[in-house]
Design a protein around this ligand. Structure first.
Ligand SMILES: [Zn+2]
Ligand SMILES: [Zn+2]
Length: 409
């Protein structure tokens, strides 16, 4: 994971700069597509995602190296054809993985974060999951494994394929002529993020749009149907942890209350949104009926709260980049503990954006966490080359500011 952490050290500032350019452009053309807290929530979802991935927090059931070692029928010749075949295979797998994510209750849980913003901009591309804790998607790379595409090629192309999906999360680029027939474009992906009935669950391609045209999920953006963004059951929170596990919680709640064992088992694999009839009758859970009348989630955004949250966000991003710069020289235990600290920072200020008392809970846990490290693993601070006094001082100020913001605003 060292190489991934190293790549992120450069990729993260790159993404942030592009987001800032889009914000500046929106400001100059007087067509701003960003809201302050929503943007910080998107960037913070990116923080939690890269933490989870760089720390390798997933149980891999099926890995590509295993598949290729067992199933390769042939040896793909080295050279550019291998790279082309591999890229197409990754994109084909990506299309089906994405389609499953939209259509199966359990899989939707780990994708919903990407759709949870009610805005559509470059920042929401960074809303990525932390709830994909079981690795099974390599099975979709079966065609590449059968053709004997080496793992090293997949390992290089997979992050590039993911980063290649960033640019089209924008409302400032219109339709792109003949490119629309080949690539997923901003226009097509606006349709994908929209909840209008004409658009829902359409355009599931990742780089090439041909899969949608072949498999019947293509929908053009229509002038008379302006896209409304988000999810039909709004997240109503900026906290990445809640967004990641909200749908899972609802499924577990329904499975627990369902009378039939069959329903308890099958709910996880039924179409997204399916609920057992007896539970749905007892516990109502509303979804958006009229997308045009829906008022976006917009808790209080006072100037002082914005400042407090923004400083806390900068501290978390600063520590994250510092962490990645030190990553390869740190023991696994110190990596995990530092990841935990950054995670608690994100939990604190994202709950404050919601105006939720959970913010104080997370600030308190963060202070206890630092104290526990001080007494139990004192080498943590020297290994990370950050003094305890600095971290506890900053965290105490953060907790005080959070308390003031929650009680006086
Ligand atoms: Zn999607
Ligand atoms: Zn997207």
């Amino acid at each position: 994971m060292n190489a991934y952490a190293n790549a992120l050290l450069y990729a993260i500032p790159g993404f942030v700069v592009l987001v800032l350019i889009e914000i500046a452009y929106g400001h100059f053309v007087k067509d701003q597509k960003y809201r302050f807290f929503d943007t910080l929530s998107s960037l913070s979802s990116g923080v939690t995602n890269v933490l989870k991935d760089s720390l390798g927090l997933a149980l891999v059931l099926i890995s590509y190296p295993f598949l290729v070692s067992q199933l390769a029928l042939t040896q793909t010749p080295t050279g550019w054809p291998t790279w082309v075949i591999a890229f197409i295979a990754i994109d084909f797998a990506g299309y089906w993985n994405h389609r499953l994510s939209h259509h199966v209750n359990l899989f939707w849980n780990s994708h919903v974060i990407h759709h949870s913003s009610e805005e559509f901009n470059l920042a929401c591309a960074l809303r990525q999951s932390i709830s994909n804790l079981i690795g099974y998607t390599a099975i979709l790379l079966l065609p590449a494994a059968l053709l004997g595409v080496p793992y090293q090629v997949i390992a290089v192309l997979a992050p590039l394929h993911l980063f290649g999906q960033f640019w089209y999360h924008t409302q400032h680029i219109g339709k792109l002529g003949w490119l629309e027939y080949i690539l997923v474009t901003p226009s097509q992906h606006r349709v994908h993020h929209a909840i209008n009935k004409e658009y829902i669950d359409k355009n599931l391609g990742q780089i090439f749009s041909v899969w949608d045209r072949i498999f019947g999920t293509f929908q053009e953006e229509l002038d008379e149907v302006p896209p409304k963004y988000g999810v039909l059951k709004p997240a109503l929170t900026y906290n990445p942890l809640w967004i990641n596990f909200q749908h899972f919680y609802n499924l577990a709640f329904d499975a627990w209350h369902a009378k039939s064992w069959m329903d308890k088992m099958r709910i996880w694999f039924m179409p997204t949104g399916w609920r057992p009839a007896d539970v749905a009758a007892c516990f109502e859970r509303s979804i958006i009926e009229d997308v045009y009348a829906y008022q976006k989630y917009h808790p209080k955004e006072t100037s002082s709260r914005k400042i407090i949250v923004f400083i806390q966000f900068l501290l978390a991003i600063g520590l994250l980049l510092y962490f990645f710069s030190q990553f390869s020289s740190l023991e696994t235990e110190i990596q995990l503990l530092t990841g935990g600290l950054i995670f608690l920072m994100v939990m604190g200020y994202s709950s404050l954006m919601d105006g939720s008392k959970w913010a104080l809970f997370f600030e308190g846990i963060k202070l206890l966490y630092l104290m526990a490290l001080y007494f139990l693993i004192p080498t943590f601070f020297s290994d990370l080359a950050l003094p305890f006094s600095l971290l506890i001082g900053v965290s105490s100020l953060s907790a005080i500011a959070t308390n003031v913001s929650l009680t006086h605003e």
